[in-house]
Write a protein that binds this ligand. Sequence first.
Ligand code: ARG
Length: 441
Amino acid sequence: MLRARRRRSLAARPWRGALLALLAGALAAGAGPAVAAADAGRATPRIIGGGDVAITAVPYQVALWNPTRGTPLEGQFCGGVVLSATTVATAGHCVHDAEAGGLRPTTSIRVLAGTSHLRGASEPAYGPGVRDVAVSSIALHPSYDPTTADFDAAVLTLAEPLYAGSPAIDGVAAIAPIELLPASQSGSVTAYGALLQVSGWGDTSGGSTYPADLRATNVRVADQQVCGLQYLLQGGVTDRMLCATANGQDSCGGDSGGPLTATVGGTRVLAGLVSFGLGCANGVYGVYTRVASTAIGSFLRSAAGLPAAGTSTPPAPAPTPAAPAPDVAAPTSRVARRTCTRVRCTVRVTVSDALPTAGVARVTGTLQWTTRRACRRDGRRTTCAVRRKRTLRASLVGGTTWALRTPRLTKGVRYRLTVTARDRAGNVERRPRAVTLRRRA
Ligand code: ARG
């Protein structure tokens, strides 16, 4: 059906499809409970995971749509964010034509503002409060890299202003600009565990289900290093990227270019733009263009003709640090494989830690066995059992897989190995897994 295809998923990174299959296994193992939760909810509608939102709650949100595809409902392909009456921020990959290797023509982009509803072919024209304007020029970040999606930002300059006095719905603005999160305030606002909101008309199921009505959901900022590990094979995440997700809550295809916001002193500020991800709401973090990075913030400000950061006359409101979500869940380990040679065994363990996670700190193994030695009991010669114990430290061999290598094992002896994972927040696996090992005959 046309509808399912109306929004060609914009792959910010061309490798996305190819690597997805390759990574699925490893990442799924690592994401553990988060994956289970996301899968269990696959049938529920979501941005992914949130609910409908009125445009007056997110008046800076706009839809980018391609008029050659008919209506906003059929042509919506990305989100955007109002920076001023005549400028809109979006993701670089939303304006970049990967095949042609240049910018999309301005005539293939219209900006729809002041509505949460994408009008379909059978629906009446929009009322006066809704603005649907043409684009006069596109500024793509000069360092935008289509291969890695680094510097994924662009600014559209509009042919007409979106507002003079902002159109309102019941006296509340339906179109309004949003401030960019300054680098000076980004510490607490984008700290690990901080709560942010993302909105858009993107895929609600991870299976090309596009809503006509705007949706929003909450996500939490990831540990940059943990996220970097998830995207290790794709070159990691750079300082221009910010990762976030929550169990079953994520942005997805079609949300790109849209706002990731924080509430600072009661007002919303722009912390990120939807950029890319490996699948959606599957335990792998969604990646956003980091607005507070100097390279992104100064580009957006200068392309939108806004004053440079720190030059605004009204003092910036004091940041209200979002309480970081504590990592309270202990990690769990699972023995994936044990291989024994004639001398020793190697045990591979996959460790998962529920989100929010501070990351797995270390995995240890306790090797226990009994040896017999000659002894005397009641003056008689006999053999006694001696319990032996040794602690082994696992090394991370990739993704979420850890390897434990035993020392040389004695022939005929049965060893018991107990594996315990511990995360950076100090949570220790509660019921450690044990396996029996003996060297190969
Ligand atoms: N690149 C996608 C787009 O063009 C956005 C993907 C976001 N993915 C995620 N898992 N958060 O719409």
